[in-house]
Write a protein that binds this ligand. Sequence first.
Ligand code: C5P
Length: 392
Amino acid sequence: MKKKITIIIGGGIAAYKSLELIRFLQSENFEIIPVLTKSASNFITSLSISAISKNKVYSDLFDLNDETEMGHIQLSRVSELLVVAPATANLISKFANGIADDLATTLVLATDKKVLLAPSMNVRMWNHPATKENILKLKQFGFELIGPNSGEMACGEFGLGRMAEPIEIKNQILSSLKNKNLSNKKILITSGATIERIDPVRYISNDSSGIQGTSIANALIRKGAEVIFVTGKSTYEKPLGAKIINVESAREMYDAVFKNGPYNVAICAAAVSDWYVDNKNSKKIKKSFLKSPQISLKENPDILSDISKSKNRPELVIGFAAETDDLIKNAKSKLNQKGCDIIVANKIDNKSSVFGNLENKVSIISNDKTVHWPKMSKAEIGEKLSDLIENH
Ligand code: C5P
């Protein structure tokens, strides 16, 4: 008999994504028990859910037929796991306060199984102290959370509140239900952009957002790894459950990396400045109309290269290469020069559209092969890389 998962679909714009989630879970051989809240039925029809899930859609607490077939207490317990996607601010508030005024909230209150929430709401609603308090309470009650992610929202605003991608939710479900395969692994991730100061107000940096490093960290944490996340400048939410070490310059990043090792796996996803300003000014440089200031640059230490050649070398070292031209050729020579095991290569166009974007197209280059992955979300790349590490 197939294992069952209950998916409670809340009333949010992300409700349509639950169809993809159902498909993903079916391909992992789960039977889906769909539950639709009243407000979710404004976004998605019961018909489309039953067509995809090939199961009856439950929505009403007082449907007597259901009570004779399967009572709501029984319904709350038949599955391995209850997943709420999208989990709206309203549902979260009800769960946190033990309210049971419809089928979805009653199932969550009555279940003896784990509940996984995939929050989805406007950024202000997510940041509201009431929601924050509810989330804290739910975590203390033992609820699991995935996301929300950062990005553009249906309402036009930007920030945290987008529901996690169906692939991320699927992988979180799989990892909740199975052994944590990387639970004895300590994994380093460098992420974000370094900053090299010219004077107290000016600096040299780059457009790296830290999205890719964070997605990899999240995927590895879900597999039980101990993640040491050394991050430079980043606008993205830091991975929950990782040890976060904030740094500014490449040299600070270098020190943090070598102070916190050794590691089983190292992933250098940070966009590290190749140079630092040798003649950094302790005071703001004044504008002079006679002469422009001269910036003298010196080479930074190379974290990826030094960790690959270190005495306590991790079993697996992964670097990144962002190139504007001759992508594969340059990435291959980087693999050899730096001595790492894998290079994740991505092409940068003139507009640097990879940076800050939620999608990317990468090639995975190792000594014996090059595999081109199709364009996918950075979350999906994180998942696939974590699978690759797990299978290593
Ligand atoms: O040499 P390049 O900067 O193109 O190499 C990119 C790879 O090397 C990335 O994985 C980056 O994190 C890493 N790197 C590093 N330390 C540096 C420069 C790059 O770890 N100083």
